[in-house]
Ligand binder design. Sequence first.
Ligand SMILES: *Cc1c(COP(=O)(O)O)cnc(C)c1O
Length: 395
Amino acid sequence: MAKLTDETRASLRRRSRLVNLGRDVEFSQGFVNVPPFRGSTVLYPDVATLKSRAQRFTYGTRGTPTTEALSSAWSELAGAAGTVLAPSGLAAIIVALMTALKAGDHLLMTDSVYEPSRAFADKALRRFGIETSYYDPTIGAGIDALMRPNTRAVLTESPGSLTLEVQDIPAIAEVAHARGACVILDNTWATPLFFSPHAHGVDLAVEAGTKYLSGHADLLLGLVSGNEQWFERLHRTIHLMAIPPGAEDVFLALRGLRTMELRLREAERQGLALAHWLSDRPEVLRVVHPALPDHPGHALWKRDFTGSSGLFSIVLKPVSEAGVAAFLDGLELFGLGYSWGGYESLAVPFDCTATRTATRFAPGGPTVRFSVGLEDIEDLKADLDRGFARLRATA
Ligand SMILES: *Cc1c(COP(=O)(O)O)cnc(C)c1O
């Protein structure tokens, strides 16, 4: 097998890239996969090399062949200048914020943001003299009115991972860039396969690799990709922070990358099938899924995304808390738990009433989020059907 030439590499279509990116034969000794390199110390041949650090790998916190394989593959997928890794998705968000902000700065964060990102801003960034205010996720170019002279970053998350609002990222990026602010996107729902972050104006794109990249609910990982303008600063920040993920987790993420498109396409197919089925249920007030034409963000989703993943929500018609619990507690295939993007289906009740500060959360009934896995769709429907019967029995 000949080495991939730069010319062939540049011409590869996406599925071929997912199979081939990051596979450096120099490191794998002919084996198909780059192994998990575990290590702190890297040995140098002589004093001169040690002093100049003029070799590819210098210390465990500064990258290994395994982390480099994943970073380089991810950069090509995301259309980024470079990618850094962190030990969790939340850690990756923190790395992006630490890259863009300093004491005295102001941060704008979408009201639909992943709750732990909000907690970090309110409880940690505040202590370091960085003020955060929240904005309506559907604000688009209207964000201009909220920009202050010291606004240095705008954090977006599209769609929001509970409430699924789609944001007009290009419009926000145009305003933010005109004001000299960094645009950060939590792109976990779409992944670079369904939303190309940097082509839409994002400076730092975060992915919780814990979700679809892993695909098996068995690891925690975060990635931040940066465009030409921001990658140097991102790289410096991660070196200062020195928070590398574990070698085995990076190895498993690379393995997940090879099948990510297949799994995402299936998640999309299953998700849509279940969303349509739920739309017709008498117990359901509304299905919240960006790929459904009645979703308020559907036109934006259609303009900017190339697919939908398997994460969406429903609003139940008003029913008691006991009714919701009866619906969820007896589910046999849907697990009850946080995180998502694994091969197994999950359901989780949520309520954003207490967390929102810029918008009002009033969906009209109890809300439940689903992550659709790889089980047979008819079995999943039957599981939910039995759940709805339990819910009705509590009325
Ligand atoms: C899960 C999640 C994260 C955080 O990932 P962890 O690896 O669990 O820290 C960040 N953003 C979104 C949208 C998520 O769903």
